[in-house]
Write a protein that binds this ligand. Structure first.
Ligand code: PMP
Length: 388
């Protein structure tokens, strides 16, 4: 379907990034010619560019149920996450061990002991797809209770501490990068103070993201040096990128993509899971398929005595593109921090593969995976048995 993807390639790495939607590419090509001016300039071409930026802002606000002035454009989810954490530099910052590195590393670097406290818990995990009941977290925070229940966070860590703790009087941030377009989002119902988004997970361009900042909550700009975004993010506007983000949001709203993910993509995902479990000895799921417990487009599986990176490379040689844990950690030989936090088992974490689906995937893609995967796992398991 996409020129950038070889017709013979089976792409199952949408959670890492998704190809540009054709209508996004067209919108960006048009924008390059028409909206080249600096959007902060007072001249007419500047105004025209700014109008387009405001259109994307309104679309995102509409999509999540926020006010347009609560949206700040950034260079992506990593920047949005950094901006929230840095706002609370020197404060107590609580995150789960399952967060994206742009939360974990930043919090480690900048946290201190001042109050009020910041809590940052992602709504859906990028490696396993598992969902946290965020609205419940916010409700419990209002009551000063710790949260120990929802699926993704049902396990206590080594110290017997619940993975999610919230207390009255703090602010709550959530990384919604993986949920936008996949499940409906109503930011006011969720009740969070800050939320992170990225365009490239919904068919938009890489390098554009947004941060929801609820009216009245603290915010310190990460990029200082301009009046852009109401002094909340300096730097010349990435007009073409933001227009691309807008075109992707239009697609999401028009197609109601979350409904398609819920029905069509879930069927594919669950179908693949079932076939893997029945046809491949030693396979086990790291994603809970119970309705509502995980995003419908992510499936994380471990294969006993087969190494994730080897599986990935063998599948790649067959034209099937998957990932081991998060792409950001690729080349990192440490087991996935997410699976380690969830299972505590390095073998499970090392032998895992993430399949992540998009709306373009079909049943033929599943058939293609199942034509080759059992043989690959069998071969790797045999080598491993010989070695041990
Ligand atoms: N948070 C999550 C949950 C993600 O999945 C990703 C992308 N892997 C990011 C943050 C980083 O997004 P970006 O590439 O837009 O910086």
């Amino acid at each position: 379907m996409y020129a950038i993807i070889n017709a013979k390639m089976t792409y199952l790495d949408y959670a890492a990034t998704s190809p540009l939607l054709p209508e996004v590419r067209e919108a960006m090509h048009r924008a390059e010619k028409r909206f080249f001016a600096n959007a902060s300039a007072l001249h007419t071409p500047g105004h025209l560019a700014m109008n387009e930026i405001e259109r994307t802002r309104e679309l995102l606000a509409k999509m999540i149920g926020a006010e347009p002035d609560e949206i700040v454009f950034t260079s992506g989810a990593s920047e949005s996450n950094n901006a929230v954490i840095r706002t609370f530099e020197g404060h107590q910052i609580e995150t789960s061990p399952l967060e994206h590195h742009s939360i974990i590393e930043t919090a480690r670097e900048y946290k201190g002991d001042k109050l009020p406290k910041l809590y940052s818990y992602m709504q859906a995990n990028n490696e396993t797809g598992e969902i946290l009941d965020l609205a419940e977290v916010v409700r419990r925070a209002a009551k000063d209770e710790s949260v120990d229940c929802p699926e993704m966070f049902d396990k206590k860590n080594d110290w017997g501490k619940p993975l999610v703790t919230v207390r009255k009087g703090g602010y709550i941030h959530s990384d919604l990068t993986q949920t936008l377009g996949k499940i409906p989002i109503d930011i006011k119902k969720l009740g969070v103070d800050y939320a992170t988004f990225s365009a490239h997970k919904i068919g938009g361009p890489v390098g554009v993201g947004a941060l929801y900042v609820r009216r009245g909550v603290p915010f310190k700009p990460l990029i200082i040096g301009g009046n852009q975004e109401n002094k909340r993010r300096g730097g010349t506007y990435n007009t073409v990128g933001i227009i691309g983000f807008g075109a992707a949001l239009e697609y999401v709203l028009r197609e109601k993509t979350w409904k398609k993910y819920d029905k069509e993509v879930r069927r594919l995902r669950d179908g693949l899971a079932k076939r893997i479990l029945t046809e491949i000895p030693g396979s086990s799921l790291n994603t809970n398929l119970t309705y509502g417990a995980s995003l419908p487009n992510i499936l994380n599986v471990s294969f006993r005595a087969a190494e994730g990176e080897s599986i990935q490379l063998y599948l790649d040689a067959e034209g099937i593109v998957v990932s081991t844990g998060s792409a950001c950690a690729a080349g990192d030989t440490k087991p996935s921090h997410v699976l380690m936090a969830k299972t505590g088992d390095a073998e499970v974490a090392h032998s895992s593969i993430r399949f992540s689906f998009g709306l373009e995937n079909t049943k033929e893609d599943i058939d293609k995976v199942m034509e080759v995967l059992p043989g690959i796992i069998n071969r790797l398991q045999q080598i491993s048995t010989i070695q041990s």
